[in-house]
Design a protein around this ligand. Sequence first.
Ligand code: PLP
Length: 275
Amino acid sequence: AMGYFNGKFIHSSDLVLPIEERGHQFGDGVYEFIRVYKGRPFMMNQHMERFFKSADAIRLNIGKTAEDIIAIVEDLIERSGETNCDVYMQATRGIAPRNHLFPNVEASISMTVKPFKLISDDIRAVGATVKLLPDERWQHCWIKSLNLLPNILAKQEAFEAGALEAVLVRDGFITEGSSSNFFIVKNGEILTAPATTHILHGITRMAVKEIALDLGINLKEQKFTPHELLAADEAFLSSTGLEILPVTKVDGQKIGNGRPGMVTVTLYEEFLKRV
Ligand code: PLP
């Protein structure tokens, strides 16, 4: 796959990082993950807005404008020759001798472009299984930080239990997935955790809100418990990679009739028209 690091276009497997790079040593940076459909990045402006918000939140000066970043992304996509692909980008506090204090250097910017793989039709048809796990993350989950250890550990634990995603529970309420937002449907109404500091404000979540509004489906940003999930008619996940994915099993228990629900399927059909 193609990559980019600090002004150079490279192969994504090239060795380019000095050992003393703060993303590498501290996870001192932020990132975005953007899907490109038929050559067009989906909701690029929203991704850029979140990227800069995350950077501001950790007092990182990216040193480029959103327009600069978009120009690099477009260049990279063109060089890659891909049309249906994922762009990963990160900005870190740069290259400097290891020291916790902020260095006085420019941010590092890196990117990769890879063809994307859609979730298999089989999983989509049957619906995903998820595992409930404690949300052990910090208080600033709205920042798309490189520090993903709690997310990684939760996802791995879910995977080893035969689930596709870990759904996290903080103080008795469901927050989100380890790398996705989470929704339930009850009596035709969609519920998802409010966009507080305890969840990532997903771009696909934003798309779900827009679609629900356009289709006249009520969507409430309201917290709910694992108990409410188990009593729901439907459940689904949203993320750039999973798009809108039905969830039909939680910790071995069926949701609703155990098949992808009508509201979820309708939202996904509308989503596909927009990408
Ligand atoms: N929540 C978390 C913790 C994530 O890591 C992600 C995406 O990677 C999401 C939600 C979904 O966000 P988006 O729809 O912007 O991909």
